[in-house]
Write a protein that binds this ligand. Structure first.
Ligand code: PGA
Length: 248
């Protein structure tokens, strides 16, 4: 059985004081949730949020990482730097692909580095609207999943995959539960062709305008094992309601 996993992606939001208050709010309101709960916060807030979450059940993550161990890479952050603060890291978010030119090859390099560290990765994949309209969704997902896992001897169950249709991110438009399930089921099939039965241990999240109203139906789908939540993760009560919709 896969334990559901709900992660908040705060993106480039919150002041330090807001981050601390939000983290405390999440810890309080999600106590007793049947799922694993994480918040992925801006880099400068990792240290204060780690303190705010100390002793709580809430896991802490970053939103990106670089694959090199150290050196002249101005502005970048290594896995070893993150390991001191958090347990999880998002890789290949569509906003990084869209605005910062991140490629499948980069995602692969980051994934290799992360799996060599103590961090657990959340690897994001998803099609843009034109690709869905052109019937290319499965081809895109297969390319992204195989690209991320390229050169891996085997699948690692520490990996979480987040299926996030780009057209549903921050738009208020959600994939129907059927569409989300079909895509996540397809992704699991690709994972199975790479890692055999290990694919059944890999958690696949849905992301894209998840909110307290649509969460239960999405999370009830057999291949959806949780959610990656953007906008609604910035309000502790909304995020807690989504976590409460996740049942083991
Ligand atoms: P959203 O973002 O919930 O605001 O659509 C999801 C994400 O980008 O992870």
């Amino acid at each position: 059985m896969r334990k559901p996993f709900v992660a908040g992606n705060w993106k480039m939001n919150t002041s330090e004081a807001e981050a601390i208050a939000l983290a405390r709010g999440v810890a309080e309101t999600t106590t007793g949730a049947a799922c694993d709960v994480a918040v992925c916060v801006p880099f400068p807030h990792l240290a204060p949020v780690r303190e705010a979450l100390r002793g709580s059940h809430v896991l802490l993550g970053a939103q990106d990482v670089y694959w090199e161990a150290k050196g002249a890479y101005t502005g970048e952050i290594s896995t070893a730097m993150l390991e001191d603060y958090c347990s999880h890291v998002i890789i290949g978010h569509s906003e990084r692909r869209q605005y910062f030119g991140e490629t499948d090859e980069w995602v692969n390099k980051k994934l290799v580095a992360v799996l060599e560290s103590k961090l657990d990765p959340i690897v994001c994949v998803g099609e843009v609207l034109e690709q869905r309209r052109a019937g290319e969704t499965e081809a895109v997902l297969e390319r992204q999943v195989r690209g991320a896992l390229h050169r891996f001897g085997n699948l690692n169950p520490r990996i979480t995959v987040a299926y996030e249709p780009v057209w549903a991110i921050g738009t208020g438009e959600t994939a129907t539960p059927e569409m989300a399930q079909a895509a996540c089921n397809f992704i699991r099939g690709v994972l199975r062709s790479i890692g055999g039965p290990i694919a059944d241990r890999v958690r696949i999240q849905y992301g894209g305008s998840v909110n307290p109203e649509n969460a239960a139906e999405l999370l009830a789908q057999p291949d959806i094992d949780g959610a990656l939540v953007g906008g609604a993760s910035l309000k502790a009560d909304q995020f807690a309601a989504i976590c409460a919709a996740a049942r083991s």
